[in-house]
Ligand binder design. Structure first.
Ligand code: ADP
Ligand code: MG
Length: 472
């Protein structure tokens, strides 16, 4: 066992890195080889660590044997190069004894050398496990934790079918919707479920960016064949945010070929994007139309009920005691997307833990004042008045006029109600914007509309619709 602080070894490693840099070019060197750290040399075995699993697999399959050859040129004794995950080494990171290093063996794989030379950096001795292609899955993103409401029930049902059926029910499943509405959550949920129910099926989940990145690397290292093989041997391929694939011609081409090859083999494909297939820009027509061949499911903007449901479920999972009033307040005020909603909840819980005081409506408002302002800024009373007037076909001027005829008074009340719901304005402020009315008039309007909503579901839906249009 030789210590790696040995100056001779340091110098050898520096020379090897210099060679690799010259051979592979600055960019590849920086991404893959610079992060390597030499840990030990023992018994003819060189041990190097990398920070991520993905890197470990990549370096193992693409560079390990080249590194080994270069080491042998420096020192004949070297027979193997091992690439190990840094985190697996952490308990012994400073150790320099054989025993302690050996105890950190679990993920280490030995790359044998000497069985025939390979030329260039592309020669792979160990073929990376197909799972190494997959990005890690978030353990929180399961079907259990996904709250279903009107806006996402179709997408959720489609996702479940794909996850539970042994056969491929539709191909591809294409999920789309705005940011933070649960696309990634659903995709991970599908992947978890298939891995649980059908462990023999190989599920690969990755973002479109990662797919492109891998493809471009494969091109650079003339490794397209193994790229193709790896992707075409999966059973379920899930690519998140495919809108990022548009543009780059050759990646698009390769994506399309991979896609077709898998569909032909009756393998399941699941895609997500922020737009429908027909709205994806920068895609060739044939690719675009092919994406829409299976089932296209969109996730709409959240409703108040869904937001409240998500908050309740999340609060319960966190084991946090939050008054229902606070949850309702958040569900009303934070309408942008679920990610922001969760962020708000986390913030008030963290704050309450920190100061050691229970959560109240006041404390929530205080902690979130910036976020609430940002959400408010999106809707003004003027906009609400305009939208409501259009919706009920009355003149905008009637929002301010003293007329009391039901045909204008009711829409005016609806606008006041929505102003209270969607903005942070006080009752007197709202009153002033409606032709200088008194705050009690506004209060009366809010109560009246609440009453009507409770008794007339058609009316209630109408108001929800209006509200969604205003918020959009
Ligand atoms: P997208 O990929 O559509 O941008 P994500 O799937 O990343 O959105 O969702 C953002 C956050 O909101 C995640 O933490 C996710 O768990 C949560 N989320 C979204 N929709 C729901 C839902 N219906 N139930 C529970 N959590 C949700
Ligand atoms: Mg996402």
């Amino acid at each position: 066992m030789r210590n790696t602080v040995d100056p001779t070894i340091e110098a050898q490693w520096a020379r090897i890195r210099g060679r690799l840099k010259a051979e592979l070019g600055e960019a590849a060197f920086k991404s893959w080889l610079k992060p390597l750290t030499l840990i030990t040399i023992d018994n003819g075995e060189v041990r190097l660590t990398v920070p991520t699993r993905f890197m470990r697999d990549w370096v193992r399959s693409h560079y390990a044997d080249r590194i080994c050859t270069l080491w042998q040129a420096e020192d004949k004794v070297i027979a193997r190069v091992e690439i190990v995950l840094q985190s697996d080494m952490q308990p012994v990171a400073r150790a320099s004894t054989v025993e302690s290093v050996k105890s950190a063996r679990p993920t280490a794989a030995v790359v044998p050398v000497g069985n025939g030379k390979r030329d260039g950096a592309a020669g792979a001795v160990v073929v990376a496990d197909v799972d190494a292609l997959s990005a890690p899955l978030d353990p929180r993103f399961t079907f259990d934790s996904f709250v279903v409401g009107k806006s996402n029930e179709f997408a959720a049902a489609a996702a479940r079918r794909v996850a539970e059926e042994a056969k491929v029910p539709f191909n591809p499943l294409y999920l789309y919707g705005g940011v933070g509405l649960g696309k990634t959550h659903l995709m991970h949920a599908i992947a978890w479920q298939i891995r649980k129910r059908h462990p023999q099926r190989r599920v690969v989940y990755l973002t479109a960016e990662k797919f492109m990145y891998q493809f471009i690397r494969a091109l650079r290292f003339k490794d397209i064949m193994s790229f193709k093989e790896q992707f075409r041997s999966v059973d379920v391929l899930m690519i998140d945010d495919v809108q990022f694939i548009s543009g780059k011609d050759s990646t698009q081409e390769e994506f399309f070929h991979t896609f077709n090859a898998l569909v032909d083999q009756n393998k399941q494909i699941v895609l997500s994007a922020d737009k429908s297939p027909s709205d994806l820009e920068g895609l060739e027509d044939r690719v675009r139309s092919r994406l829409g061949w299976g089932l296209v499911a969109d996730i709409h903007a959240t409703t108040y009920e869904l937001r409240l449901g998500i908050l309740q479920s999340k609060a319960e999972r966190m084991g946090a005691l939050i008054p229902p009033k606070v949850l309702e307040f958040l569900a009303h005020k934070i309408t942008s997307n679920v990610r922001e909603l969760e962020g708000a909840l986390n913030r008030i819980v963290a704050h309450s833990n920190l100061v050691g005081r229970p959560i109240t409506l006041e404390s929530a408002q205080e902690v979130l004042h910036d976020l609430l302002r940002a959400n408010d800024r999106r809707v003004t009373i003027e906009e609400i008045q305009k939208r409501v007037a259009e919706h009920f076909s009355i003149r905008l001027a009637d929002m301010h006029s003293p007329r009391r005829a039901r045909a204008v008074a009711r829409p005016r009340q609806v606008a006041m109600y929505l102003a209270k719901q969607l903005t942070a304005r006080s009752l007197p402020e709202i009153g002033r914007k409606f032709g200088g009315r008194d705050h009690t008039t506004v209060m009366h309007a809010v109560r009246k509309i609440e009453e009507l909503r409770a008794t007339d579901s058609g009316f209630s839906e109408d108001i929800d619709l209006l509200r969604r249009m205003i918020e959009a």
